[in-house]
Design a protein around this ligand. Sequence first.
Ligand code: BG6
Length: 505
Amino acid sequence: MPITNPLRLGLRQERVIPPQCLVIFGASGDLTHRKLVPALFELFLQRRLPSEFAVLGCARRPWSDEFFRERMAESLQEKIKDNSLAWEQFSKGLFYEPVDLQKADDVIRLGERLNAIDRLKATHNNRTFYLSVAPKFYGNGCRALASAGLLKDPKRSRVVIEKPFGRDFSSARDLNELVQNCALESQIFRIDHYLGKETVQNILVLRFANTIFEPIWNRNYISNVQITAAETVGVEERAGYYETSGALRDMVQNHLTQMLAITAMEPPGHFDPEAIRNEKAKVLQAARLANENEPWKCCVRGQYSKGGTTTNPINGYREEPGVNPNSTTETYVATKLFIENWRWQGVPFYIRTGKRLPKRLSEVVLTFREAPVHLFDSASGSPTPNQLILRIQPDEGAEFRFEVKSPGSGMRSRAVEMDFSYDQTFGEPSDEGYVRLLADAMLGDPTLFTRSDEVEAAWRLYTPLLELIGDSPWQLPIYPYESGTWGPTASDDLLSKDLLLWRRP
Ligand code: BG6
């Protein structure tokens, strides 16, 4: 079977996934064909799936195994072209069962189908149930699986739950209670695909495998931190979901907050799942909005309006199919936080995310304090403070900016960069987050999944904003911004009050 890049196996240290049946609920949905099945096929190409492996797709539609295989093949056309033999082998392990988790009979039939697959593929009753369904079905889905006895063996069964986990603090707490009544916490894998990104995990290695960063990773040396997740795409075909969510719930509470936690957490005592998740939970519990009691002062919301060119016009959010023409859903959020602990007291963390911005990019930028005395003239007027830029995507890597002497007889300084690129160093772009996370879930390794207390702390952090949006949204107006620009100008004011600027990458 062809391997996409032979170098890969040499550089990687991979664990072997045990015999397994992965059951995907919501198999007719977008995530399954865009992310999950491609990630599984990638694992297959990397020879990380055991031969005793099966995928059982479940949804309400009355599809057959064959139809499910054809649908998945359509989405993977490009990749299959170069790996047709591998696809033929892989797709033999794809099955489909029409299941409505609300119907007890369907769940009983599911159990029987799973037993049959176990016998056929020798998957040893090891089952990972992936809930890629509408969030309102997470609780009932777990309940249905538990009452059919499908979660009773904590060593052999687990549930993966997609985001958003709850819509606010109290619904997340209720959902936690419900799912913890169905399964042990060790069986529950709350997924946030940002944690599957190699570069997000690299923040941990950069910080804790080097001695030079940790001593300066604090309020004495760092003046501020900016965390950005910018997208060029609009809402695409997801208006139904997005209209009930908005950028704060869709991106900030989960992906950006996880990047914040990994950047700001204390070093764990050892590299084990609970030690890491303890530190992440602790730092989130210490995080506060910069103006908790007047949250409108530390947050800016925006919504993209039309843009593009006459030949290539881009719709505004309110013109997108399925969006209410008077929608007040935000597609952009910027906010400012503090972390009230010894390490970070007084250091502002600015976070922003938006759709239809000029570039697709996620990054964490740590800006260091200025030199106390400026001895030299600088080519740019004043010396640029040192910056460490952790590029999460695309062009994964890291960059350090510092001042050097400009060539010539004078003593002027100018900023230069030292650059590390994953692609150039390792000869390959890193895997999609779902590749790593699906493998970890099937291995039963929860390190990169969010624990119940972390999810609750993340929701609690944004509660003042969510309440404000719910109760008196006029206090947090939605500023329009032209598609293809860096968000509303009001978000620049959030930083200019602190004499800072957003980085324009
Ligand atoms: C998802 C959000 O979780 O993350 C989407 O629901 C967003 O709205 C996506 O587009 C961004 O992920 P990535 O990996 O492309 O940055």
